[in-house]
Ligand binder design. Sequence first.
Ligand SMILES: [Cu+2]
Length: 116
Amino acid sequence: MRKILKAPLMALTIIGLSSLVAHASEDDHKHKSHQAPHGDMEEVMVHAKVNSVNIAERTLNVSHGPIKKLHWPAMTMDMKVADDIDIASLDPGQEVMMALARGEDGIFRVTKTMMH
Ligand SMILES: [Cu+2]
């Protein structure tokens, strides 16, 4: 009896595992999901290249490295900048270390940039 039961159990296990994997990669990183657990106001640092600067919208398009702390992979995205950042001082093509922090609205913003 045991031997007969083993195969279906194995199959169930494999199906279970593969649905977990599929779920994890789905969750991985959609741009809109740039949200840390509630209450996490800490800054994180990441290396990034500025691709373009939108002064009117106060956003940067950046290619940033992975951020382990937030479980974000490396990616290219638009990022809002904090009010106290002099966005006009940033140029396309520049490489920077940037600090990100989540505002009370739940959105991450660039809070500091350092030439890199
Ligand atoms: Cu990103």
